[in-house]
Design a protein around this ligand. Structure first.
Ligand SMILES: O=C(O)CCC(=O)C(=O)O
Length: 283
């Protein structure tokens, strides 16, 4: 579909209708689902993001994109409230549809667009795949923790770019801003071109949490097998660990032989080299 064809159609607006959101996703590469989070959940998530971001700055380890914007990475280690978001039924509904039911969490981050922040470069979330894919390999849900507006850095999107493999040279003038009320979810196909907008307000901070998912054969952006707090590996729900990749999928990720199945655990006694009698040897 050309940009001219697209501009003749009504671009997605925030909707509470799931079917409508699915259609928007298919056609435009994104949908904005209103009321995805309750007011209480938005307030609690926002407070946790703000506190963590300040804490990381106080420790001198805050990650800043440019001067103003801040990204907080590896949220599975930074609060149960974030871990619960990974398992939200809406993630199952949308990611299951886009990526198949066994999708994995690729990264879980917060992005704070502050006044004076510069726009992020336009990109797709599967830019490391150097060929066109007829279906998305990854997809994203950006949970809006403030009202998103064009002025406060609402994500810039190129509608329909997920179906346009021949074009890569998009400019900001090809984009529109994702706008929606706090509690809305911006769901987008990993092939759609986008980037954080620039926050031109005087004082408004724009907070969002991104649950970025991938198909189960794609390498994740955050390496949870090494990076997840080891206590969480002992105590977290099986379904959560599964979403992070602590599970053998279709024979992939095993630690021993093709018959391996189920949950992964650290290998404490690997089978090593042995002589023909089965005695351990040093080779
Ligand atoms: O926070 C945003 O508006 C978008 C962030 C983004 O583009 C990304 O994480 O890929």
């Amino acid at each position: 579909m050309s940009m001219a064809d697209l501009s003749r159609q009504a671009l997605p607006r925030p909707t509470r209708n799931l079917e409508r959101a699915f259609e928007d996703l298919d056609r435009f590469g994104y949908a904005i689902l209103e009321g995805a989070l309750s007011r209480e959940r938005v307030a609690a998530l926002r407070a946790r993001v703000v506190e963590q971001a300040r804490g990381e700055d106080a420790q001198g380890i805050g990650f800043h994109d440019g001067k103003a914007n801040q990204r907080v990475w590896m949220l599975p280690n930074k609060g149960r409230i974030f871990r619960d978001l990974v398992l939200d039924p809406l993630a199952d509904a949308f990611m299951g549809r886009l990526l198949g039911k066994d999708f994995l969490l690729s990264s879980l981050t917060a992005n704070i667009a502050r006044p004076g922040g510069v726009p992020m470069y336009l990109h797709t979330d599967q830019g490391y795949v150097d060929f066109w894919t007829p279906k998305p390999l990854v997809a994203n849900i950006l949970w809006m923790l403030d009202d998103f507006t064009e002025a406060n850095g609402g994500t810039r999107l190129v509608p329909g770019s997920h179906l346009n493999p021949d074009r890569t040279d998009y400019a900001l003038s090809d984009t529109i801003a994702a706008e929606g009320p706090a509690g809305a979810a911006l769901i987008f196909d990993g092939r759609m071109v986008h980037g954080t907008g620039s926050n031109t307000t005087e004082t408004e901070e724009r907070h969002g949490v991104l649950t970025y998912y991938c198909r189960p054969f794609v390498r994740q952006q955050e390496n949870y097998l090494l990076g997840l707090d080891s206590e969480l590996r002992q105590t977290e729900r099986g379904i959560f660990l599964r979403r992070l990749g602590f599970w053998i999928w279709s024979g992939l990720g095993r630690t021993h032989e093709p018959g391996d199945k189920g949950a992964l655990a650290p290998v404490t006694s690997p089978i090593g080299p042995m002589d023909a009698e089965g005695r351990p040897i040093d080779v």
